[in-house]
Design a protein around this ligand. Structure first.
Ligand SMILES: [Zn+2]
Length: 68
């Protein structure tokens, strides 16, 4: 698994500091563990852009592209 520093370093040459910060924020938002609002299971993942789904109780919710 790639570390945070490695990812940010890889972007360093291509993008400015602002974009890099924004990317890091989104990246950690996606990596963050969430729990299902219905059953509390942590098998609650982003299924597609704007769609979050619990793989335990099949609860599905439309949210933002990167966060609920
Ligand atoms: Zn659930």
């Amino acid at each position: 698994m790639r570390g945070k520093d490695e990812i940010l370093r890889g972007l360093g040459a291509k993008y400015g500091a602002t974009l890099r910060r924004r990317y890091a924020k989104v990246y950690f938002m996606l990596k963050k563990r969430r729990s299902c609002p219905m059953c509390g299971s942590i098998r609650f993942k982003r299924e597609a852009t704007g769609i979050w789904k619990c793989h335990k109780c099949n609860y599905k919710v439309a949210g933002g592209a990167y966060d609920l």
